[in-house]
Design a protein around this ligand. Structure first.
Ligand SMILES: [Zn+2]
Length: 135
């Protein structure tokens, strides 16, 4: 039975929320479609296979919490680089709360912060007998 992670929600405040929604809308309007960014049928199949092999959220696991992953995150932003996009060694199964909260915060701190946590994840995976997936 999955154990729900502690809530990462911040107290609600209408004004900042509106600003965030507005910024997100502008960002989404400038982005290419998900299909053009590589999230096509091949991706959808690969992500399902990956989640079948690695069904638990890595960031929850790092906190000692067992929780189902619902998405596959590119730990390091691929920025349209297909070699990075398809490098399964850097795919991370995450729950939505971790993806939208601590992972986004980590990503905003830059590559060094991402690498620092990724090294810890690799060590934890090795201790549990895993080593990432190769599709
Ligand atoms: Zn999680």
């Amino acid at each position: 039975m999955p154990v729900k992670p502690p809530s990462l929600a911040m107290p609600r405040c209408a004004a900042p929320k509106l600003k965030q929604d507005d910024a997100k809308s502008r960002y989404d309007a400038r982005r290419e479609s998900s299909t053009k960014r590589g999230y096509n049928v091949r991706w959808r199949k690969a992500r399902l296979t990956f989640l079948a092999r690695e069904p638990l959220c890595l960031m929850c696991m790092m906190r000692g919490v067992v929780n189902a992953a619902v998405l596959v995150d590119h730990w390091f932003p691929h920025k349209g680089d297909s070699a990075v996009f398809w490098n399964t060694k850097h795919w991370a199964p995450l729950c939505e709360a971790c993806h939208n909260g601590p992972k986004q915060a980590l990503e905003s701190r830059g590559r060094r912060a991402l690498e620092s946590v990724w090294i810890k994840i690799i060590k934890a995976r090795e201790m549990m007998g895993g080593g990432g997936s190769n599709l």
